[in-house]
Design a protein around this ligand. Structure first.
Ligand SMILES: CC/C=C\C/C=C\C/C=C\C/C=C\C/C=C\C/C=C/C(=O)SCCNC(=O)CCNC(=O)[C@H](O)C(C)(C)COP(=O)(O)OP(=O)(O)OC[C@H]1O[C@@H](n2cnc3c(N)ncnc32)[C@H](O)[C@@H]1OP(=O)(O)O
Ligand code: FAD
Length: 667
């Protein structure tokens, strides 16, 4: 008999197989929706299969047992094996295939090329002139050189206007002199900078004739191409262990009056002429395109990270039997508890929603780069900046929460590194900080919202973009029974009210004599609340649009259940805003709660299949609890036995310290 869930195999844990038999949709078809195309979903499976047949690509030992040095070495080893097999495994021009292959083999703990693909090459694509393309891009793409993105400094990450590294132009030699004037000016944090990269895009304050022109990107050689030794005038190294990404070498970098030629300012959009004349870019923030790119990709990347943790937690919850419901002769799967479902199912809905939002922002980013490179059109930048600033903040925050709930949902075993959930958590919450600290980015979106409200107030609502048009729409009471649209209207009301309230408060402080910055700071918490609500509205609308467009009926039906859960969960979560002014009644609250509980019941039979549809291989998950076959206990025992501490029955530290202490106590 053919089952709709394609993960069923002979010999699997029976409880998990039972779950898979109840799937109401085809998991291959759901994977097409998750990955955006039939081709990519299929190629992912084929690539995972091909990788599993190359033993050298497997981790040589479970990663949690490796120390930092071993992790870096292991990542670099696998990268070199991968390099030999690249062309046979994937179409190297297909980003989706490449991304999957790297996730599969390299995992998420970092490796020497992590920032090369994610920021160095994209910075060249976005910022280099045609001549610079010619000179650098081919070499970078062939990986003759390895690069990173060095912007953040020991003293400044958020406030780019105060970066201290200087790039001073000297017309007599037509060179820039890069210099690190203070300890706080050291570049600090860039991924793959410490030990791996021999080139970097360095962001430094451009100075011409004693005048500062602000941060600009330069391509800089850091190490000798043959010996890999740092060049004279360069101080570079690793910043030490971190919460996660310990297979990666985030680094520090200092310059001692280090000279680079004038052509090394990435000059597609702004340039310095030989005599020192500065030619301005068409948009002041155009040099930030590599950051906007990562922010645009973060929602899908983070959605997949949440998907990892949920695959582990849901599969384990179907295998873990503990406690009773009605029948006291049989314990039940912990997945049958309403609290367990409430802990995990809304996060499944969010993972799907975030992935769908990410597809939209990636498309918008690609369009922006096309417009900028073909005709210098930067009109989409402000909107995309506002959108991705909010999205990266809201998504990373909820993903962190969701992963932590997934860990707790696995009880004691969730706390073991065998679950791998703590590693996923460490990686995911890095996203709350990198590419713009979340509060800072929420405040960026708030600037956009405040400006939009001000437009409405001054009678210029017709100038609002489609994303904020609701800020000008009249309020109306909503009957919650009428489907997704009514939830959107309710959310629009809440979001609009918060944006208006925060703006009025901000303006009032200014009317009362505060400067703009002080008034802004006094309103900042309310402003971040407005940004979160606006972003959650966007996520909700995107989710609705995506589900509406699905053509496979069983897949659409399962997604509709997830969407309904999401709508009710979201509205309940922000209900205090709607209760504040009596917009929502307590009867409506009860209605929403009941809808939510019935969504949990509807989703229950499909829970395992919804996470199976992410189609993460065991290699990619690296989790004993999340194994596809569900054989958790024997493998946990084997995993524990492989701990280096178990190599001998008596540890040298016991002989050396513990025994003498115990012996002494006996005397
Ligand atoms: C094959 C692989 C494919 C895909 C994989 C890709 C991604 C995968 C997902 C994850 C990646 C995984 C691993 C990577 C791990 C880590 C990488 C990390 C890298 C980094 O962290 S790099 C460093 C990042 N640093 C920052 O983000 C700094 C944050 N600060 C800023 O961005 C700015 O300084 C800030 C806060 C926005 C403010 O700037 P500034 O002070 O200059 O501006 P103002 O506040 O005065 O505002 C002025 C004005 O300008 C507007 N504006 C600001 N920035 C932008 C922008 N980027 N675009 C457009 N407009 C911008 C701002 O809104 C103001 O407008 P207004 O006056 O209000 O009209
Ligand atoms: C895993 C990881 C990888 C990274 N990779 C790179 C990389 O490849 N290249 C690179 O250049 N950098 C990288 N970074 C650095 C990262 O981009 C910065 O750490 C980040 O932008 C935050 O800046 P910060 O550290 O200066 O934080 P800070 O700005 O010092 O933040 C500290 C606190 O101050 C608050 N704060 C700061 N400014 C404001 C404000 N205006 N209003 C209100 N509150 C404010 C913040 O909200 C936060 O609570 C990485 C960081 C991490 C963790």
């Amino acid at each position: 008999m053919a089952f709709l869930n394609k993960e069923i195999r002979d010999g699997d844990n029976q409880d998990l197989t039972e779950e898979r038999r109840t799937a109401t949709f085809d998991t291959d078809k759901m994977a097409e929706v998750i990955y955006g195309s039939e081709k990519l979903a299929r190629r992912r499976r084929e690539i995972s299969h091909a990788v599993s047949r190359i033993p050298e690509l497997a981790d040589s030992r479970p990663l949690p047992f490796l120390d930092r040095f071993e992790k870096v070495t292991e990542g670099t080893r696998k990268l070199s094996v991968l390099d030999r097999h690249l062309a046979e495994l994937i179409d190297v021009n297909d980003n989706g295939e490449a991304l999957h292959l790297y996730h599969e083999v390299m995992g998420m703990e970092g490796h020497p090329l992590a920032l090369h693909e994610v920021m160095f090459v994209p910075a060249l694509i976005g910022q280099a002139s045609d001549e610079q393309y010619e000179k650098w891009l081919g070499r970078a793409k062939r990986r003759e050189i390895i690069g990173c993105y060095a912007q953040t400094e020991l003293g400044h990450g958020s406030n780019l206007r105060k970066l201290e590294t200087t790039a001073t132009y000297t017309p007599s030699t037509q060179e820039f002199i890069l210099h690190t004037p203070t300890i706080t000016a050291l570049k600090w944090w860039p991924g793959a900078l410490g030990k791996s990269s021999n080139y970097a895009v360095v962001v430094a304050d451009l100075i011409i004739k004693d005048k500062s022109y602000g941060p600009h990107p330069f391509i800089v050689q850091l190490r000798d191409e043959k010996t890999h030794q740092p060049l004279p005038g360069i101080t570079v190294g690793d910043i030490g262990p971190k919460m996660a990404f310990n297979g990666g070498d985030n680094g520090y970098l200092g310059f001692d009056n280090f000279r680079i030629p004038r052509e090394n300012l990435l000059n597609r959009h702004s340039r310095v002429e030989a005599d020192g004349t500065y030619v301005r870019p068409p948009h002041a923030k155009i040099g930030h395109s590599a950051m906007i790119r990562v922010r645009s990709h973060m929602a899908t990347g983070q959605g997949w990270l949440l998907g990892h943790a949920l695959t582990i937690a849901i599969r384990y919850s179907a295998v873990r039997i503990q406690g009773f419901l009605e029948d006291k002769s049989h314990e039940v799967k912990v997945l049958d508890y309403q609290t367990q479902q409430h802990r995990l199912f809304p996060a499944i809905a969010r993972a799907y929603a975030f992935i769908f939002c990410g597809f939209e922002t990636i498309r918008l980013y690609d369009q922006l780069i096309l417009d900028m490179n073909s005709n210098g059109n930067t009109s989409g930048m402000a909107d995309l900046h506002a959108l991705t600033s909010g999205l990266k903040s809201v998504v990373t925050h909820f993903v962190g929460q969701g992963i932590e709930q997934a860990r707790m949902a696995c009880g004691g075993h969730g706390y073991s590194m065998a679950s791998y959930i703590s590693e996923i958590y460490g990686v995911a919450i890095g996203g709350c900080t990198y590419e713009g600290e979340n509060m800072v980015m929420l405040l960026q979106l708030a600037r956009y919202l405040v400006k939009s409200v001000e437009l409405v107030k001054s009678g210029k609502a017709n100038q609002l973009g489609p994303m904020v048009a609701y800020l000008a729409v009249a309020d109306h009471k909503v009957n919650l029974a009428t489907g997704p649209d009514s939830y959107v209207k309710m959310f629009q009301y809440i979001s609009k009210r918060q944006s208006w309230k925060a703006t009025e408060k901000f303006l009032k402080f200014m009317e009362n004599g505060d400067s703009r910055d002080v008034a802004w700071n006094k309103t900042a918490v309310e402003l971040t609340r407005a940004s979160r609500l606006h972003t959650r509205l966007y996520i909700m609308e995107t989710f609705i649009r995506r589900v509406e467009s699905v053509t496979d009926i069983p897949v659409k039906s399962a997604l509709t259940d997830l969407l309904n859960l999401h709508l009710n969960y979201e509205l309940l979560d922000v209900a205090s805003y709607a209760l504040e002014d009596g917009f929502m009644s307590s009867n409506q609250m009860d209605f929403i709660k009941n809808q939510l509980y019935s969504s949990l019941e509807k989703i229950r039979p499909n829970a395992v299949s919804l996470v199976d549809s992410f189609q993460f291989s065991d290699m990619q998950l690296r989790s004993v609890l999340g194994r596809r076959d569900g054989h958790v206990y024997q493998n946990l025992f084997d995993w524990a036995k492989s701990s280096p501490l178990n190599k001998t029955d008596v540890l040298p530290s016991v002989t050396q310290y513990l025994k003498p202490m115990m012996e002494k106590a006996k005397l």
